[in-house]
Design a protein around this ligand. Structure first.
Ligand SMILES: Cc1cc2nc3c(=O)[nH]c(=O)nc-3n(C[C@H](O)[C@H](O)[C@H](O)COP(=O)(O)O)c2cc1C
Length: 361
């Protein structure tokens, strides 16, 4: 069977995250913070494509986190962003990130199938079951308090998509949330596009292991991750499944350790603290993605890299840390940078050859 390249390779997967969002993953007031314009995203995508990076993953966001800068108030829509980037690249996989309740599954199934055809099957789908209450209020949608309903809805939503991708014929669907008559969706993708899902709750993880090719979880501490991954894999194995777990990381790579750490501190000193407060409080209130007992401790990480695992230091140190993520069992990581276009070339030239030499790329 033909497979998407993410499912067909055994190297440690690397992608970028959140370049479609103003500020990227850094909650900063600095005037040179990341501008998520189409021009910047296109330059980045072409750099990544040429460097053999595996994928780009966007964040879907409908209202910002307020604060001085209204962090993530400026965000490019992800399905259209993916379409345009796929048309302008040749190897890179590009994901669309989709909130289940804000997007009808019949529409999404056809959008993704269209992009699969357009891109020689390089499109992926990141499913968001919902957690950000102010965003749901802004859209006039109810965010159910309980995870059972959120993921119950997401399951039926994705079952509809899978049925459309698997069948040529028209069919009726009579479920709890969807009542569809004589629906069909052609063209269908040649094979199922790769599915990402990020979840911290038990229900979310069950959803991810049932439906996604890759489950995302934060890497707080390496030994904690090792244990968590062993448990996730044992659980999947008991159900006769295999699970690929990914994480997300933030890169500050400089010629010396001192320079990299000074940059970390400089970003902290210029944080948008109002937006960081809102981000942390919303995570506490509605999501289980970060372990709640660690949330205050990771306030710094929230500021610099939206909670991503810090890859801070010399190229050698950054390569060591990526190898450590690989060694504890992660299948890959996303990368973010304060300025993706300015900083990625240094990572490409100095870190990628080390990862290659160490046999993980
Ligand atoms: C890598 C990654 C990507 C995510 N992308 C989005 C996104 O684009 N939009 C969004 O609202 N939430 C996003 N989330 C949040 C998750 O979809 C999920 O709702 C959250 O982790 C809460 O998990 P829980 O439902 O198990 O509590 C992302 C999380 C991670 C780790």
């Amino acid at each position: 069977m033909r497979l998407n390249s993410l499912l067909n390779s055994d190297h440690f997967l690397l992608g970028t995250f959140a370049s479609n969002c103003g500020g990227g993953m850094t909650v900063s007031q600095l005037p040179d913070r990341w501008k998520a314009t189409w021009e910047n995203n296109l330059v980045l995508a072409q750099l990544l494509d040429e460097a053999g990076i595996d994928f780009m993953l966007p964040i879907a966001r409908w209202v910002g986190y307020k604060g001085e800068t209204d962090f993530h108030g400026y965000v490019l829509e992800t399905m259209t962003w993916a379409a345009a980037l796929l048309a302008k690249t040749t190897q890179l996989n590009v994901f669309a990130t989709i909130h289940t309740v804000a997007n009808h599954p019949v529409v999404v199934a056809k959008q993704i199938a269209t992009l699969a055809q357009m891109s020689n099957n390089r499109v992926g789908l990141n499913i968001v079951a919902g957690w950000n209450k102010p965003e749901y209020d802004a859209l006039g949608l109810d965010l159910p308090d309980d995870h059972e309903t959120r993921y119950g809805y997401a399951q039926e939503w994705f079952d509809v998509i899978r049925n459309l991708w698997d069948h040529d014929e028209r069919f009726d669907w009579s479920g709890k949330y969807f009542h569809l008559k004589q629906v069909h969706g052609t063209p269908r993708p040649d094979f199922h596009p790769p599915i990402f899902n990020a979840a911290g709750s038990a229900q979310g993880r069950e959803f991810a292991s049932r439906n996604a090719n890759f489950l995302f979880t934060p890497a707080m501490e390496l030994e904690r991750s090792r244990k968590e991954l062993q448990e996730l894999k044992a659980q999947a194995k008991a159900e006769g499944k295999d699970v690929n777990v990914m994480t997300f990381s933030h890169v500050i790579c400089r010629p010396t350790q001192e320079e990299a750490e000074a940059e970390w501190q400089y970003i902290l000193d210029n944080a948008d603290t109002g937006a960081v407060d809102n981000l942390v409080n919303l995570q506490f209130a509605h999501a289980h993605s970060f372990p709640h007992e660690l949330l205050e401790q990771i306030r710094e990480r929230m500021t610099v890299g939206h909670g991503g695992f810090p890859l801070v230091g010399t190229p050698e140190k950054v390569a060591d840390l990526i190898c450590a993520l690989h060694e504890v069992g992660f299948r890959g990581t996303t990368l973010s940078f304060f300025d993706y276009v300015k900083e990625f070339p240094y990572f490409r030239d100095e870190v990628l050859p080390l990862l290659k030499a160490r046999g993980i790329r």
